[in-house]
Write a protein that binds this ligand. Sequence first.
Ligand code: GDP
Ligand code: IMO
Ligand code: MG
Length: 420
Amino acid sequence: MVDVILGLQWGDEGKGKIVDFFAKNYDVIARFQGGPNAGHTLYVGDKKIVLHQIPSGIFHEDKTNLIGSGVVLDAITLKKECDAVASFGVDYKKNLFISERTHLILPTHRALDKASELSKGDGKIGSTLKGIGPAYMDKTGRNGLRVGDLLDKNFTTQYIKLRMKHQRLLDNFNFQEDITSWEEEFFEALDFLRDLKIVNGEYFINEKIAAGNRVLAEGAQGSMLDVDFGTFPYVTSSSTITAGVCSGLGIAPQKIKEVIGITKAYCTRVGSGPFPTELMDETGDFLRNAGNEFGSTTGRPRRCGWIDLIALQFACMINGVTQIVMTKADILDGLDELKVCNSYLINGEEKNYIPFQMNRVKIDPQFKSFEGWKTDISAINNYDTMPAEMKTYIDYLNNFIKVPVKYISNGPGREQIVSV
Ligand code: GDP
Ligand code: IMO
Ligand code: MG
């Protein structure tokens, strides 16, 4: 049996915290896509840690954590992250497994990401520059190198061949930076990676499922960043939605049971691209400051706005979401008035769907207003004692989306979560 946790917006919904919270109920936690563009924050005691490659179940003793085939892996980031989790007493040599089909991010992928973004000028995607796009391009272009290739004696030859191909592309971009030091670090990290538990991911996970183990699939990014259904071309390069669990882990759709979708009580986006409910005013600044909305991976300020129920409904539809976890409700504590977008006005007509190319039409979001609760909810641990204004807000969402909000997260701490 497999349950899924994934983001319903443009990423950074609080997946790390929620996976860490639910991990106690599972035996295996598996990342199915994305790479070090992800930054999943969790707290161990009062210490904050941001995970980029390792699944967010790693702080639970005796849980298996799998980096699945659909992930793209930066060995340098992984090595640093293993050191970081080891300083918390985590035995990653025992609990971390990596699929041999996982594609490797090479230093030249990072360079190509940078060169490609620079060449786009104002049209840039706002990539995290971690090499994600070029690594997935080499996967679908059938050129990439995988973790399993590391165990092949011809690895270096294969590497040099691909490196030369990349160099020609970099020359076309007139990319001048010297990446020799990245390469040195890369080869050191590959030695480290070879010593970890490299497994046949699809047999590994299916045998676990057959033996009755409970699997939690952890998504990265968010549904609106999905390469097929997100706000293309301002998206990432992987399948961030439930379908990505099947292709990223090698499991059949019938194995998936609960799909737990995470949304913030408002909305953020980092990087370029359409964001209909974005607030360019002091309310936007308030959300950014109160919510500490600065990227976990790049430190960039996140764009902030009201929750968008048209986008949320769309995300629930394509993912088959069965329950919603709403995070960062506490950030709304200080506001007199809250708004939710419940339709789009496009060319004077009211629409309730996501248009083909969001950035080619002018969307005028329509809002419904709610009274703020103006109460510090961060210490409340029972939904009954939540303010009435919050219950009105949640009831409206439930009715609109037709998927129940089952949990409300009211602070970054491990225990700050209330069941509805
Ligand atoms: P992820 O990428 O989806 O895992 O999310 P990030 O870790 O990038 O960003 C979420 C941020 O919000 C992190 O700094 C979390 O510590 C924080 N966070 C998560 N849930 C809550 C919450 O309910 N309230 C508050 N105040 N912070 C939260
Ligand atoms: P988590 O898992 C938020 C965004 C980037 C950029 C676009 C493409 O922490 O939620 P990429 O590096 O993938 O080529 O960037 O996607 N992006 C994210 N935004 N959270 C993330 O991950 C993201 N990963 C990528 O900002 O707009
Ligand atoms: Mg993040």
